[in-house]
Ligand binder design. Sequence first.
Ligand code: MCN
Length: 801
Amino acid sequence: MTDQADRAVHGAERTEGAEGEVGRSRLRKEDARLVTGQTNWTDNISVTGLLHLAFLRSPMAHARVERVDVSAALERPGVVAAFTGRDLADALGSLPCAWPVTEDMVLPDHPPLALDEVRHAGDPVAVVVARDRYAAADALEAIEVDYAPLPPVLDLEAALAEDAPLVHADQGTNRAYDWPLRCGEPYERARERADVVIRRRYVQQRLIPNAMEPRAVVVTPLAASGEYTVYSATQIPHILRIMLSVVCGVPEHKLRVIAPDVGGGFGSKLQVYGEEAVALALARRLGRPVKWTESRSEGYLATHHGRGMIQDVELAATREGRLLGLKVDLLADMGAYLMLVTPGIPVLGAFMYPAIYKMDSYEFDCTGVFTTRTPTDAYRGAGRPEATFAIERTMDELAAELGLDPVEVRRRNWIRHGEFPYDSIAGLTYDSGNYEAATDKALALFGYDELRAEQRERAERGDAVRLGIGVSTYTEMCGLAPSRVLRDLRYSAGGWEAASIRVLPTGKVEVVTGTSPHGQGHVTCWSQIAADVIGVPFEDVEVVHGDTLVAPQGMDTYGSRSLVVGGAAVHRAAEKVVDRARKVAAHLLEASEDDVEFKGGVFSVKGSPEARRTIQEVAFETFTSHDVPEGMEPTLNAGHVLDPENFSYPHGTHLCAVEVDTETGQTSIRSYVCVDDVGRVINPMIVEGQVHGGLAQGIAQALFEEAVYDTEGNLVSGTMADYLVPSAADLPEFTTDRTETPATSNPLGAKGVGEAGTIASTPAVVNAVVDALRPLGVTDVRMPCTPERVWEAVRAAGSGR
Ligand code: MCN
C-alpha cells in the first residue's frame, strides 16, 4: 500500500470502543447543503432550450366544455405551442388509481387535461408552452373556452340521493364504493347489553397541504434514443416512473425519474399528477426540455387535498365504563377523481378506530363519494388521524356521561403491557406497547392533578376564561409494509424496501436506498445505521437516493415507513457486508471464520489480538489483490430487500391545556405535553423534529385550517392569506418526552414517527376545548375551533339551543 493509499484507507479509522452512532443526536448531514442554498430544487434546474408550461384551469366547479380555442394564445409573444385535452388525447392515458379497494369500485376516467367536462375549480383544460414562465402565464388569457355550467356536487349526503346531479354522468352514481368491516360479535348485541350508548357526528374538514416547496417538474428528452429524464418534486420517484410509463406510453427503461432535494410533501407529493404526465408528453412531442412549477394559489386548487369526512360514531359501554362495541359510519369525500391512493385512505383508518382499547364488537362502514371539489388523497396520517380523533373524542364523551375522569376511562379499557403481542378487534397484531408507562410519564410532566385543581377553582370562581384539559392516548399503524396484507387490501404495490451497500476500495461506504426523503433526514439516519454495523465512521458513509438510475429499486417514502422498512433494509444489507468481510478477513488472517471476532470496525483472531485487519483494509485488499476465499466474488458489496411481517405501532399520550375565553371565543394553548413511544430511536433530535412538525399540523387542524368552498363550489380559502397555516408564534412550547418499548417486527426495534404527532394532537386539543366549556353545557365544537365557532357553541349552549 502506498502512503497515499494508506491515508485514504486509514484516514478516518473509527476509534475502537467508541460509542455507537444509533441513539445519538447527530446534526443532519444534509442540512449544510440545504440551508446554504448549495442544492438543486427542481425549479432551479435549467437546461439549454428549456420551454415553460402554464395550465389554463377551470374557473367553475362543474361544467361541460363546449369549445376550447388556443389559436389566439399562439399569437402571443414567446409562445411556442398550445394544446387542448383533445390535442393530447392520443399521447396521454387516464391518470392512475392504484388502490381499487373493492372489486366493483367505480373508477372514472381521469384525463390529465379535461376533455368534455370539468369537475372541480382548477381542473386543467389547456396548456401553453412558451419561452419563459411569464409569457406562458400571460398567454393563458388569450385561450377561449365555452363552458356550459352543470350543477356542483358539494354535500356528501345529498350527493348520494337518487336524483342528485352526477359528477361522472357515465358512471350513473356518485357512490365510488362501499367498504365494510365486521369484527367480533354483531354490534346490535353489544348495544343491547350496554348501559350507555354515546352517539356523535364529527366532521373532518378538508385540509390543504402546504409543503415549503411547491410542486415542480422538468423533463429533458434525448430524442435520438427516445429517453427522458423527469425531475420532479415528488415523494415517489420509483412509483412515478412506472405510472408515467403507463400513462404516457414511454417504455419504463427509457424513463429516468429523479427527485432532487424535495422541500416537503406531507403526502401531497405521493401522487402521479396530470402536470407531470403532460410535461412528459410535451417533451416527447416537441423534442424540447420543458418545465412547470406551480404557483401557490394554483397548488391550492390542483394539488390534492386531505381529510374531508363525516363520521357517525356510536360507542356502547357498561356503567363502569367498560367498552362493549363500536360502530362507525363514514362518508369520505373523494373529490372529483380517484387519485393514486384516494379510496384507500378511509380503509387505512378503518383498522385504527378501536385504537388501544379492548372491546367485543366493532363495525365499520365507509362510502366513498364523488364531489365537484379538488380530489382528496393522503395527507399526514391519512385515515389514522380521523380514526384517532373519533375514538378519542368519544372516549371523553363517555367519561363525561359516566362522571369519570377521562384518563381513568381509558385506563379501564386499554391493552396492558403484559398482554402484548395483542390481536386487536380490528384484526391487527400489535407487537409491543406500554400505554401505562407513557401515560404515567405524561401525567407527571403535565402536572395533571394540579391543573385539574386549578380548573375546578376557576370554574367555581366563574372565571370568563376557562381552563380545559384534553387527553389523547393513541396508537397508529404505520411503516407501510407487509406486502401480503397490502395485497389482501387490494393495494397494487408492494410494501417492501430495498437497500444496497457499496464498500469502496478505500473503505468508504455508499448506501443506496429506495426511500425518497423530502425533509425527514434519511441521509443522517441511514449513515448512523450503516456506520454502526459496518464499523466505519459516520462521516465515511454517503447515502444515495431519489434517482431511479442510481437507486433502481424502491418503494419510496410515505406512511412513516422509511425507517422501519428502508432503514431496516440498510441494517440487513450492512450485516451482509460484514459477513462477506469476515470471510475475507479470516482468509487473510489464515484463521477459521468462527475464530474471527468483529468489533468497532476491526476483525481480530480470538486469542491473538495482534492478528487484525480493519474493515477498510479488508476492502482495499479485496479490491487490489482479489485475494478472497475460493469461489467468493471479489467484492464486499451487498443488498437486501426487506418485507416485514407486520406494521409498526408507535403509541403515546398527549395532554393539552387550553385557556378559552368564553366572551370572545379565543382559544390559546397554555401547555402541551407528549410522551411518544417510537421504539428504539436512531436519532433523538430528528425524532423530536418530526414530533414538533407533526404537532403543528395536528393543532392546525384543531384550531386553524379549513378549505372552505362557497355554494357554487369555488374554493374561497384559496390563498395563504385566507387559509390559516399556523406560524411558530401561534404554537406553544412543546414538552416532548419518550418511553421506549422496542418493536419486535424489525431488526432495529424501531417504530415510525413521521405522522405520530399529527395523529395524536388534534383530539387532544379539541378535547381540551370541549372540556373547558363542558360546565357551560357545550358537548362539541366543530373543527377548526375558531373563535367564532367557540363563541357560537357557548351562546347556543347558554340559550339551550
Ligand atoms: N426516526 C428515528 N427513530 C425512530 C423513528 C424515526 O430516528 N424510532 C427517524 C427516521 O430515521 C427518519 C425520520 O425519523 O429520519 C422519520 O422516519 P419515519 O417515521 O420512518 O417516516 P418517513 O421517513 O417514512 O417519512 C414519512 C413521514 C410522513 S408519512 C409524512 S406525511 C411526513 C413526515 O414523514 N412528511 C414530512 N415528516 C416530514 N418531515 C418533513 N420535513 N417534511 C415532510 O413532508
